[in-house]
Design a protein around this ligand. Structure first.
Ligand SMILES: Cc1cc2nc3c(=O)[nH]c(=O)nc-3n(C[C@H](O)[C@H](O)[C@H](O)COP(=O)(O)O)c2cc1C
Ligand code: SF4
Length: 455
């Protein structure tokens, strides 16, 4: 793997829409170090900007107290589920055997419309390594893995170089920073499959097996990689740990500024027909309205019809829902999920049926095929949607789609892939039934080709 020089400009342009003037250490813990030109932050620059201070503090703290701090700060999983990171870390604390197991960073990021972890890994790889050292110490692991989406070539180069830099500086390997703690990290690139992001499929893939999800329980915290307790956390989740350790749990909790009971900031983003698609680090609980405004609103000639709050596997919301604080619990109360927190907006001029067909084709293609309703149901749903898109639907098709959505709902399949596919399908029909009815042959054509394909 070729090393890229520190501070070199990456081919990919930064999608962060906040300038360095706006980003401060005490308000933007994830992004304040980033340079406006999107250049990669090497070890020297990272350390000049207080890098590894949180890890030093964590290494001098009892692992149980680190876990307590994560719980108090209420760091919730940014991979989509919002599960408490502190609680997850506490699940591995069983038995006397050391090291306990493995620490895995989930960097698969294949959720359509999601591009947040990529920014962190390409431009600030040491933040992830620091978060993993803290998590590894808390969980008493000896080895950490970064499971990276195969297509993220620049992130792979950036992380590989950071691992080398950290090893040379004694921040990885035996006796990390003179603390007596041994911990090293390996970078593992996947083959670019969505299902590899599901934590148990990821573990199978890491072990060199086919990436089928495993039945739960046991959960990875009990028996994960190679049968050992394993913590799997999203990249952004782990990137919250250093500042939380450095400044304390109360400081972290208050970053949300009373907008939410959740702690910290969130990398929110917008894609679709807006003027300035991109990413923003904002207090968790910021409204969709505020985020859309930062994105410059809808492009000229377009008005907002509907939006997904956090990737393809979340439910469609309406324009009036833009007023909601975007946190895990609030969005859940309105029939959707915060998911990854990157909004996908849909214009009145786009065909929702075509967009949904595109999404369901993606889910069908990415099914691992283990459960029948997912393996056979998703291609069937995509086929019906294709017919509706072309005005060739048949009476009863909408009801059939609704039945499919029920059969692949939560609890009926081995993993959350199929329920994730059901969410946009069910919510689109619930909110916009007329769009589907227009695709039934007797009603004429379902109209417009989408301006934008999402996949
Ligand atoms: C089909 C599918 C794909 C997923 N893809 C990702 C992913 O790319 N990145 C991620 O962090 N979590 C992904 N998840 C969620 C993980 O299973 C897991 O919940 C997450 O990594 C836990 O991290 P967190 O607690 O820090 O959020 C996916 C889940 C499913 C069902
Ligand atoms: S729900 Fe789909 S992706 Fe998940 S285990 Fe079943 S077949 Fe595989």
């Amino acid at each position: 793997m070729n090393a890229i020089p520190p501070n070199s400009r990456l081919r990919y342009k930064s999608q962060l829409r906040q300038s360095a003037d706006e980003r401060r250490e005490h308000t933007h813990p994830l992004t304040w170090r980033l340079n406006d030109d999107g250049s990669r932050i090497g070890l020297d620059e990272y350390r000049r900007k207080n890098g590894y201070v949180g890890a030093q503090k964590a290494l001098a703290t009892d692992p149980a107290d680190v876990i307590e701090a994560m719980k108090t700060a209420n760091v919730r999983g940014r991979g989509g589920g919002g599960f408490s990171a502190g609680v997850k870390w506490s699940l591995t604390q069983v038995g006397d055997h050391l090291p306990r197991g493995y620490m895995v960073a989930n960097a698969d990021e294949m959720e359509p419309g999601t591009f947040k972890d990529r920014l962190l890994m390409e431009q600030q790889p040491h933040l992830l390594l620091e978060g993993m050292i803290i998590a590894g110490h808390a969980n008493r692991s000896k080895y950490g893995y970064i499971f990276l989406r195969g297509e993220y070539v620049d992130a792979a180069r950036s992380l590989a170089l950071a691992i080398e830099e950290a090893r040379d500086a004694g921040l990885l390997g035996d006796n990390v920073a003179g603390s007596g703690f041994d911990f090293d990290i390996a970078l593992h690139t996947g083959a670019g499959r969505y299902i590899c992001g599901e934590e148990t499929a990821l573990i199978n893939s890491l072990e060199g097996k086919r990436a089928n999800p495993r039945a739960k329980p046991p959960f990875p915290g009990q028996s994960g990689a190679w049968g050992k307790p394993t913590v799997v956390n999203n990249v952004e989740t782990l990137c919250n740990a250093p500042a939380m350790m450095q400044h304390g749990a109360d400081w972290y909790q208050e970053l949300s500024g009373g907008l939410s009971d959740d702690g910290g900031t969130k990398l929110y983003g917008v894609s679709g027909l807006v003027n300035k698609p991109g990413l923003w680090e904002l207090p968790i609980g910021t409204t969709g309205f505020d985020i859309l405004e930062r994105a410059g609103g809808m492009r000229e000639g377009h008005t907002l019809k509907t939006w997904l709050p956090g990737g393809a596997s979340t439910g469609f919301l309406l324009p009036e829902h833009l007023e909601l604080p975007l946190d895990f619990d609030t969005v859940g109360q309105y029939g959707s999920r915060l998911g990854t927190g990157l909004l996908t907006v849909v214009s009145q001029r786009q065909s929702l049926v075509a967009l949904l067909r595109n999404l369901e084709q993606f889910f069908a293609r990415e099914s691992c095929g283990w459960c029948t309703p997912c393996r056979d149901g998703l291609p069937w749903a995509a086929k019906i949607l294709q017919a509706l898109e072309h005005g060739e639907g048949r009476p009863g098709d909408i009801e059939l789609l609704q039945e499919h959505a029920t059969h692949i709902g939560p609890g009926l399949t081995f993993c959350a892939h199929a329920p994730g596919a059901a969410m946009p399908l069910e919510s689109a029909i619930r909110h916009f039934r007329a769009d589907f009815e227009a695709g039934i042959a007797t009603h004429g054509s379902a109209a417009a080709t989408p301006d934008q394909e999402v996949s």
